[in-house]
Write a protein that binds this ligand. Structure first.
Ligand SMILES: Cc1cc2nc3c(=O)[nH]c(=O)nc-3n(C[C@H](O)[C@H](O)[C@H](O)COP(=O)(O)OP(=O)(O)OC[C@H]3O[C@@H](n4cnc5c(N)ncnc54)[C@H](O)[C@@H]3O)c2cc1C
Length: 446
């Protein structure tokens, strides 16, 4: 009897010690992962990626139980983490608004918001029909605040249906609708306009596909099933940018849609008779009864307006650096995008970085260090105090602001990073009202 009791005590003792060891290991691993996340948050703050610029998760710390379900469900990397048993945002500027964290949270501790208490985000006023305060000007897609491909596609179609319902009288030589922007919202709207027999033209300042066109090639695109006008249900859950772009291109060509790429809409002038005059960057003018703005939230790259800037060798963003070899490249600008582009291209090309000031300021610490090393090692030819004055087929000319002298540099490609013009000014010029939203809760989540 006594032996049995001792045996039991020993077994329970061993079990207790094993449990204690496991708990200790668990707590230790939690502490380690907390520290890792804390470090990531610190880096995100240093690099300006912590404060959200658009839609993002807001965590109610009183409700959060630290289950980490939000992290498991988020398709993007390092948007969320857990520190000391509570969820936290990390690289919030990279959030694309999937809303999976919101759905995944078992205790409803997450809401999706636009802007924070400190930093407001400009949102245009739109009613439930997607119409702005300017009668006849509609907005669909991410510009209205709600991101994602599926939402934009749905809104593009719905906006066109509302334009039809508004029963604005058709006029001779006046287009029923002009669609500005050919991302997911603009493509869907263009197809819907064709489906319902509206006369329309779509303008895209860049390339068909909008933000999707700019995704890195390897990115897995997550999208819920969506209805594409003139096509039907698109069931590509985990897909690639190419598959999605090819699908859009196929439907567009099958239905002979008119989408004018590389054509920026510069101004929208409301006319007294209720129509609108649309003026493109090239100076072409069009008259329409309605305008649908599906221009997203990224804005337009600022141009330098120098001779030769409109040639094919000039670009305002870098896609697929791995494909660029043995070129003489000029990168213009002194911000993080310019530095990161120069760094990505330097190993396989001959890169000159032209910046108009005498030193870099406000760079991410890691870019600051890397570019300083490149200057010392002469792996990037950095020329301060220079302004690009002209671009020719095989060279560029820069002017030194300190010496007032000019220099010609052999060149194959030019990347310009001179900042961007936000859509806000464009909307205001057209009379669309805008408000700053501070921590505004988005109601519809997909
Ligand atoms: C890195 C990243 C990853 C993402 N991943 C996903 C994902 O996996 N799944 C998902 O559903 N969503 C994802 N998103 C979000 C998604 O890409 C956007 O929500 C969606 O593209 C918005 O569509 P849109 O048509 O409203 O605007 P956009 O796609 O931004 O298109 C707007 C278009 O308007 C054009 N334009 C702007 N101004 C003018 C003008 N004046 N004249 C002519 N054209 C103009 C622009 O050039 C642009 O092509 C991601 C976003 C990013 C940045």
């Amino acid at each position: 009897m006594g032996e049995v009791l001792i045996e039991q005590i020993v077994i329970y003792g061993i079990l207790f010690v094993l449990c204690a060891i496991m708990i200790l290991f668990y707590l230790r691993s939690k502490k380690v992962s907390s520290k890792v996340v804390e470090k990531k948050v610190a880096v995100a703050k240093e690099e300006g990626l912590f404060e959200p610029v658009s839609l993002h998760p807001y965590i109610d710390l009183n409700t959060c139980i630290g289950s980490a379900a939000c992290i498991a469900d988020c398709p993007e990397k390092d948007i969320l983490g857990v520190v000391d048993g509570k969820a936290t945002v990390i690289n919030t500027t990279h959030c694309v608004g999937h809303g999976a964290c919101f759905h995944g949270c078992p205790v409803e501790a997450i809401s999706l918001r636009i802007g924070t208490e400190k930093r407001g985000v400009d949102l245009p006023h739109i009613n439930q029909n997607f119409e702005t305060n300017m009668k006849g000007i509609y907005i669909a897609g991410e510009l209205g605040g709600m991101g994602l491909i599926k939402n934009s596609v749905e809104q593009g179609q719905q906006a066109i249906e509302n334009i039809i319902k508004s029963k604005k009288k058709p006029k001779e030589n006046v287009l029923d609708v002009i669609i500005v922007g050919a991302g997911p919202a603009g493509i869907s709207a263009s197809l819907a306009a064709k489906k319902y027999g509206l006369s329309s033209v779509t303008f895209e300042q860049d390339s068909l596909g909008g933000t999707v066109f700019t995704f890195p090639r390897a990115k897995i695109v997550m999208t819920a099933p969506m209805d594409l006008p003139l096509y039907g249900k698109v069931k590509l859950h985990n897909t690639s940018k190419d598959e999605l772009l090819n699908l859009w291109k196929k439907v567009i060509s099958e239905h002979n849609l008119e989408i004018k790429e590389n054509t920026k809409v510069e101004n929208i002038f409301p006319k007294e008779d209720g129509t609108f005059k649309i003026v493109t960057k090239l100076g072409d003018e069009y008259i329409c009864n309605n305008v649908l703005l599906s221009i997203g939230r990224r804005g337009s790259p600022r141009k330098l307006n120098v001779p030769g800037e409109d040639t094919a060798k000039v670009a305002y963003r870098l896609l697929e650096p791995e494909r660029i070899h043995d070129k003489k490249i000029a990168v213009v600008g002194g911000g993080d995008s310019a530095i990161e582009t120069a760094l990505l291209l330097k190993d396989n090309n001959d890169v000159t970085l032209s910046y108009r000031k005498d030193q870099f300021s406000r760079l991410k610490p890691k870019n600051k260090k890397k570019i300083a090393d490149c200057i010392v090692n002469k792996t990037i030819n950095v020329i301060f105090n220079t302004n690009l004055t002209s671009i020719d087929k095989t060279s560029i000319t820069v002017k030194y602001s300190d010496t007032d002298t000019e220099s010609q540099i052999d060149n194959d490609l030019v990347y310009i990073f001179a900042g961007g013009e936000l859509p806000t000014a464009f909307l205001q010029k057209a009379g669309v009202e805008i408000s700053k939203r501070f921590g505004y809760i988005m109601k519809k989540h997909n």
